[in-house]
Design a binder for this molecule. Structure first.
Ligand SMILES: [Ca+2]
Length: 221
């Protein structure tokens, strides 16, 4: 690990000031990630804050076939996070009606996608969290944010239904996913309040050895 503040200003000018030594990558790796970012033709490429449209990020080969790609861009793009109206206007009252298609369709509206972009710190943060070097706590915090489809900072049965339907597509009916989600919640919900906070969620992930390997994307750089 190197102290990036000493090195990067010479490479990338003021942009570098937004990084700190907690970034997992070496200097040469950051240069290559920077080159990858620019190879994707960001808007305002010569400015201090070039921006990649999220449609470009979604089309990256590493993400294009990932069923969670809309949740991933929502989690990592600062501009997307600022768009509060992305949050579904209401949770359907009947849980059998839902779920994943409802939530992802809100995010996928073209007029919303057009207003979201990745700056380089969003981009490298995504590379970092999905890297094999990231710590469990980092990955579990990101997984919590990505899987919290309803964006109320709790994982409940609806979120778990959304995760199942997003991961598995239409192989299960909404009714089936509801049963599965309730079973999972029954096991995972240690305090019985029918939802998981970030700490309960992290405790569960610690008991799942496959999580670290599964929550990994090998971005090319
Ligand atoms: Ca939630």
């Amino acid at each position: 690990m190197i102290v990036l503040h000493n090195v990067l200003p010479h490479l990338f000018g003021s942009l570098a000031l937004i990084y700190d030594s907690s970034v997992l990558f070496r200097e040469d790796e950051i240069r290559r990630i920077w080159a990858r970012f620019h190879s994707l033709n960001p808007i305002d490429a010569k400015s201090a804050r070039p921006k990649l449209p999220v449609t470009t990020v979604l089309a990256m080969p590493e993400l294009a076939n990932n069923p969670f790609k809309y949740r991933i861009i929502r989690y990592f793009s600062k501009s997307a996070k600022q768009m509060e109206f992305l949050i579904p206007p209401h949770v359907p009252s009947n849980q059998n009606d839902i779920p994943a298609q409802y939530y992802t369709s809100v995010i996928q509206r073209p007029e919303m996608l057009q207003r979201m972009y990745f700056e380089f710190d969003d981009f490298i943060n995504m590379f970092s969290v999905f890297s094999s070097r990231a710590m469990l706590d980092t990955k579990s915090a990101a997984a919590f944010g990505i899987y919290d489809f309803t964006e109320d900072r709790a994982i409940d049965v609806v979120d778990i239904q959304c995760v199942i339907m997003t991961a598995l597509g239409s192989s299960f009916s909404a009714q089936d996913t509801l049963h599965i989600a309730r079973d999972i919640m029954q096991v995972a919900d240690s305090d019985g309040n029918r939802q998981l906070d970030v700490l309960e969620f992290a405790r569960i992930l610690k008991r799942i050895p496959e999580f670290m390997a599964n929550f990994q994307i090998d971005f090319d750089f």
